[in-house]
Write a protein of this length. Structure first.
Length: 393
């Protein structure tokens, strides 16, 4: 069957839903095509089921992109306060967990319900379980063919998200559309993802799996000071997820397991004050017991602190305060929260999200080369870019 719409949005995720609602408000006839059986699955699993839907302090510094300024225009047109107002309008209860991160009190499903309600008000049509076989541009129209229908529209919005978590619907379809239209796509990497190790460091991490500490991690001048958790494959936790977006294969990261304490000074003081104490017992005053034991065992330094040489104490303090580790990889797209990279921002007009070469073709959300830090920034990008496209389709 042939059907006509003003706008067809591909992907019923955060960005696609927001765009459809805004286009609907402008009396556009909108269809969303979603290839899975569910709406907003990534919203549902986000923020541990409570959806960290924005961040009070979100600004361009929280984003990675080949063009750092690209996201400015969208953020100025639709801010975190605009989304917070929408959440309040729907009487969804929320709280700040930490660092400006806003979470639902109840469940991420509240955000999905809110977006579905808004779509219903704007009479947005949503078709689920629908696979697009082809997209053709003919004069100023786009024709999208599915198994049962042909849809004709003047604007197509690609809101297919990134590659992470394929089992809930992630696909490379958005990048394929870019290739079809000869648009550049930057290199893609899993990001906000745990890091993996091998050999001694892996054994060290495995023996500590489940233990978490406050740590700071650093690559060049980029530094994050949040939680770190040891896992059976390596390390994870907020500071590691954050730094993973900056990590490239074959490069090392510097980890400070005790950022608030200079262990060099402390250990030398304790050598004088408590010479009979074992080094692992001294370390236990600052670090979890098991970690203290694992460090002295790995470095083969469990002796009385009073008998330890300067070089032994330096070795320990360097391990704790300046540990240089070389990850072997990441856990990949099956656990990554986002995809770093995407449609090259040079291809898109930042004020409209429309493709510069083809009028009527839009890219929004995670499929674009704009990647947020952990903490609600990625959803804010989805809302802002979706809003902007919705004003222009
Ligand atoms: C476990 C996890 C937790 C997260 N938690 C947070 C958080 O708390 N805060 C935060 O800011 N960010 C979080 N994120 C990141 C955030 O979910 C994404 O950045 C955001 O959902 C991107 O929105 P989007 O609309 O661009 O893509 P998505 O939300 O991924 O939506 C894309 C949609 O397109 C559909 N699709 C794909 N291919 C096709 C196709 N061929 N045809 C039709 N439809 C298609 C998909 O099924 C999906 O419904 C989390 C991510 C993960 C994986």
């Amino acid at each position: 069957m042939n059907r006509n719409f003003d706008v067809v949005v591909i992907g019923a995720g955060a960005a696609g839903l927001m765009c459809a609602i805004e286009a609907g408000k402008r009396n556009k006839k909108v269809l969303i095509i979603e290839h899975t059986s569910k709406i907003g699955e990534k919203i549902r699993i986000s923020g541990g089921g409570r959806c960290n839907f924005t961040n009070i302090y979100s600004n361009t510094e929280n984003f990675l992109s080949n063009n750092k300024h690209f996201c400015k225009s969208a953020f100025s047109k639709y801010t975190q306060n605009d989304f917070i107002d929408l959440v309040k309008k729907h009487k969804i209860k929320f709280h700040e967990k930490k660092l400006g991160q806003l979470f639902c009190d109840n469940s991420a499903k509240d955000i999905i319900e809110m977006l579905i309600t808004e779509c219903e008000i704007q009479k947005v049509e949503i078709t689920l379980n629908t696979k697009i076989k082809s997209i053709i541009r003919r004069e100023n129209l786009y024709i999208l063919e599915t198994v049962n229908n042909k849809y004709e529209c003047s604007s197509v919005v690609v809101a297919t998200g990134g590659l992470s978590i394929p089992k809930i619907g992630a696909s490379d379809f958005g990048y394929k559309i870019a290739n079809q239209f000869n648009l550049k796509v930057t290199n893609l990497y899993p990001a906000l993802v745990p890091l993996t190790f091998k050999d001694d460091i892996l054994e060290f991490c495995k023996s500590l799996a489940g233990i978490s500490i406050e740590a700071s991690v650093k690559i060049n001048k980029t530094i994050f000071n949040e939680g770190l958790i040891f896992t059976h494959r390596g390390i994870s936790g907020p500071s590691i997820l954050q730094i993973s977006s900056y990590w490239k294969p074959d490069s090392s990261i510097e980890v400070n397991l005790l950022p608030q304490n200079s262990m060099d000074k402390t250990l030398k003081e304790r050598r004088v004050k408590t010479p009979k104490q074992n080094i692992s017992n001294v370390l236990s005053d600052f670090l979890p017991n098991k970690l203290a034991m694992a460090i002295t065992s790995l470095l083969n330094t469990n002796q009385k602190i009073g008998e330890a040489s300067n070089s032994t104490l330096n070795k320990i303090s360097n391990f704790i305060n300046k540990l240089n580790v070389l990850p072997t990889g990441t856990e990949g797209y099956k656990t990554a929260e986002v995809t770093l990279g995407g449609i090259d921002t040079n291809e898109i007009n930042s004020a409209t999200m429309e493709c510069k070469k083809y009028s009527g073709l839009y890219f929004i959300g995670e499929v674009v080369d704009v990647t947020g830090h952990l903490g609600g920034h990625n959803f804010q990008w989805a809302w802002s870019s979706g809003y902007v496209a919705g004003q222009n389709v």
